[in-house]
Ligand binder design. Structure first.
Ligand code: FE2
Ligand code: FE2
Length: 315
């Protein structure tokens, strides 16, 4: 093909892509897409997949110490769901031409990120409830709009994931609602846990819009549907009445209803702390990656056996 013809066909491909985005339709794996779109998706979906897998650790910490068989069964199911979410998302990412092995390597080498929230420790069983309520709650606010994301495999994975995340949020709320009906000590445990997780939950939406350089392009591509600040506001508006119903105080003196805006006003999270956690200096960053690396190494015989079995079955 001459350079001129190539140029003309590239323009036609770009035009077809733009038309799909403009009518809010889906881009599928075999469709042409701009390289920057593909790269952005790989980064975002991988980061999301890693978050699901690393996110198993803070709660997994309590499976062996659940206060009853019922709580243990619920927590086990929840943590297993997160493993499943990781798998759907790695599979969605593989449709963009990267392998799961490569993505795992990038995570272990610290070259791809996961959500900052999972670098905080879980210090009491109330944290299981708070994570379900606030962390899965924030995840739902982030993820429901992603069900309409422009990349087909990602959007379809998100539809399944969101159904399970709403179960996670309810189980967290139900655990806290049970604890606040208990002893003074249990109520104090819930409040202490909410005090620790409130601000990191707000940070899950990412930096303020004025400080989020890639957001505009992601929104233009239909990968992202709402800005960080819009989603953070939505989460606060949804959560304050739930906190009132539980009888817990959210640790923000600036939090109050603004009738003129029709939203709650709230104070800014500590963005220096957020930057430190992203940089790797959060309370549990090193521990999370060391644990994941050990689990990956210890699981190598399973991967080898599964590969050998698949090869033999094929023969
Ligand atoms: Fe999840
Ligand atoms: Fe979840």
């Amino acid at each position: 093909m001459t350079a001129q013809l190539q140029g003309a066909s590239d323009a036609a491909l770009q035009e077809a892509f733009d038309a799909v985005i403009a009518r809010h339709d889906r881009i599928e794996p075999r469709d042409w897409m701009p390289e920057a779109y593909r790269k952005t998706l790989v980064r975002q979906i991988a980061q999301h997949a890693h978050s699901e897998i690393i996110g198993m650790q803070p709660e997994g910490n309590w499976i062996g110490r659940a206060p009853s068989l019922r709580r243990k069964a619920i927590l086990l199911a929840k943590v297993q769901d997160e493993a499943g979410h990781g798998l759907y998302l790695y599979a969605a990412c593989e449709t963009l031409g990267v392998s799961r092995d490569e993505l795992v390597e990038l995570l272990l080498a610290g070259k791809q990120k996961y959500s900052s929230i999972f670098n905080y420790p879980t210090l009491s069983y109330a944290d299981v409830g708070t994570i379900g309520w606030l962390v899965d709650g924030a995840a739902i606010c982030n993820q429901v709009p992603l069900c309409r994301t422009s990349y087909g495999p990602y959007g379809r994975a998100m539809i399944r994931i969101c159904k399970e995340e709403s179960f996670h949020q309810r189980q967290g709320y139900e655990l806290l609602a049970t604890m606040v009906r208990g002893t003074d000590e249990q109520r104090a445990m819930v409040q202490e846990s909410v005090d620790r997780f409130w601000w990191p939950s707000l940070m899950m939406f990412g930096p303020p819009d004025t400080d989020s350089p890639n957001s505009a392009q992601s929104m233009a591509w239909g990968i992202k549907r709402n800005s960080n600040d819009e989603l953070r506001q939505k989460f606060v508006d949804m959560t304050v009445p739930q906190a009132d119903a539980l009888g817990v105080t959210l640790p923000d003196p600036a939090l109050r209803w603004n009738a003129a805006r029709g939203h709650y006003d709230f104070g800014p999270p500590d963005w220096d702390e957020f930057a430190a956690v992203i940089r790797g200096d959060g309370p549990c960053n090193a521990q999370r990656i060391a644990h994941r690396r050990a689990a990956h190494d210890e699981g190598s015989w399973v991967r080898e056996a599964a590969t050998a079995f698949a090869a033999r079955t094929e023969r």
